[in-house]
Design a protein around this ligand. Structure first.
Ligand code: UGA
Length: 436
């Protein structure tokens, strides 16, 4: 099949590449000339494990190409995906749909023959209906069906999530569009992935409900962690104990410094706004977002409390800056709040992240000292804080670490070390939700 993917951000590039790997012919389109030039040279603008090889393989096979103008690719395509950004609109938290609307208008003007236009971007319920109106206005004769097909890719594991999804959700009641979408995803049936066909509004809502539910699950276990610290208890065992109940499930129960990233904060906010305006507020999610913000702010205080010296003049080493491992993404990372609150109290911050330092420089205070590895980062510090659970930090040489730190204090905000391993070596150790 012929596919056009509008937008080569994270979602568009991963999805387009994976569709081409299924054997479809995909053109990825972006208005950013520099980005398309880089992609044509084989340079991948984001860090995602395995993506560079997959792009190269499919470009070489002649199934994947890149363009700045959508005309040719859309004319030839049976399916056109809209995968452009939907950032939070300044002021009201609604998703900003201006890029989505503009893309729909352009597609309508050039599409030929029956064309399925699919929203891959995360869009509020009702967007598909709006796009239909926009398309009808722009090109009354165009034979176009608008379908919702949300993505459930995790950064850092996106290729695996695309190829072996828990489910694919497709929102359409148009029989021709359904047939096209079923053919597009047919290669997945080999992996027995369930494909859920539903009505378009429901599909749009499933995306927000999924992310909001996951954000709620994380926030729940984070509050249990706080409780464990107060009353005694081990949050990891609580998570295991409840997660073995199939009705609860074991995933997304890792307590930590609060969720971040480009999706949960933005999508929970957009869902809240939609629900408030519909007169049916999602109060649980309103609480979740407040609790998560409060938590991120509290993590800096946790580090300050662990210090044996006054903050002014102290040095803290921060390992991991990105909102999660295997990405260079700093958006809404808890590290931003933590570093800022330390710097505000006069602490010197040394930092290291395997992939995120380029992005970190754009958002962290300029006084942060960037280092080239975990031990160099820890050099002379009064405290070491693990903010992101990169694999590279999971098996540090603890004796070496102790010898380079000025004071052997570790705050492990991801619980990647068993406390006994550090305490037995003379470290002062603080984890999350491991009370006694
Ligand atoms: C999330 C969803 O997991 C994807 O299904 C969805 O497609 C994506 O948003 C999106 O809407 O595009 P992502 O933001 O890449 O994916 O990352 P997650 O792995 O979900 O992690 C989000 C945040 O929650 C991170 O800050 C992570 O550290 C935190 N987290 C996650 C926890 O604190 N504990 C957990 O148990 C899991």
């Amino acid at each position: 099949m012929r596919v056009a993917m509008i937008g080569t951000g994270y979602v568009g590039l991963v999805s387009g590449t994976c569709f081409s790997d299924f054997g479809h012919h995909v053109t990825c389109i972006d208005k950013d000339v520099g980005k398309i030039e880089r992609l044509n040279r084989g340079e991948i603008p984001i860090y995602e494990p395995g993506l560079d090889d997959l792009v190269r393989r499919n470009v070489e096979a002649g199934r994947l190409d890149f363009a700045t103008d959508l005309t040719q690719a859309v004319k030839e395509a049976e399916v056109v995906f809209i995968a452009v950004g939907t950032p939070s609109r300044r002021g009201d938290g609604h998703a900003d749909l201006s890029y989505v609307h503009a893309a729909a208008r352009e597609i309508a003007q050039v599409a030929e023959g029956f064309t399925v236009v699919v929203t891959k971007s995360t869009v509020p319920v009702g967007t598909g209906t709006d796009l239909e109106h926009i398309i009808r206005e722009a090109a009354p004769e165009a034979d176009i069906a608008v379908v919702s097909n949300p993505e459930f890719l995790r950064e850092g594991a996106a290729i695996e999530d695309f190829k072996r999804p828990d489910r694919v959700v497709i929102g359409t009641t148009d029989p021709r569009a359904r047939e096209v979408m079923a053919a597009l995803y047919r290669p997945l049936s080999l992996n027995a992935a369930p494909i859920l066909f539903t009505e378009r509004n429901t599909s749009e809502l499933i995306k927000y409900a999924s992310n909001a539910f996951l954000a709620m699950k994380i926030t729940f276990i984070n509050e249990m962690a706080d409780l464990c610290e107060k009353v005694g208890g081990n949050v990891q065992e609580v998570a295991r104990g409840i997660g073995l109940d199939g009705r609860i499930g074991s995933k997304f129960l890792h307590a930590g410094p609060g969720y971040g990233g480009s999706c949960f904060p933005k999508d929970t906010l957009a869902l809240m706004r939609t629900a408030q305006e519909a007169g049916s507020p999602v109060r649980l999610i309103e609480t979740v977002t407040t609790v998560n913000e409060t938590r991120k702010a509290a993590m800096g205080r946790k580090v300050l409390e662990a210090l044996d010296v006054p903050p002014r003049g102290a040095t803290v080493a921060v390992l991991g800056l990105t909102f999660k491992p295997n990405t260079d993404d700093m958006r809404d990372s808890p590290a931003i709040n933590i570093v800022q609150s330390l710097v505000d109290r006069g602490v010197t911050v040394r930092a290291y992240d395997p992939e995120g330092m380029h992005e970190a420089r754009k958002v962290l205070p300029p006084s942060v000292i960037y280092t080239s590895g975990a031990y160099e980062c820890a050099e002379g510090a009064d405290c070491l804080v693990i903010v992101t659970e990169w694999d590279a930090f999971r098996a540090l040489d603890l004796d070496r670490l102790k010898s380079v730190l000025k004071s052997p204090t570790v705050v492990d905000l991801r619980n990647i070390y068993p406390p006994v391993d550090l305490i037995s070596r003379g470290f002062k150790y603080t984890g999350i939700g491991r009370g006694h």
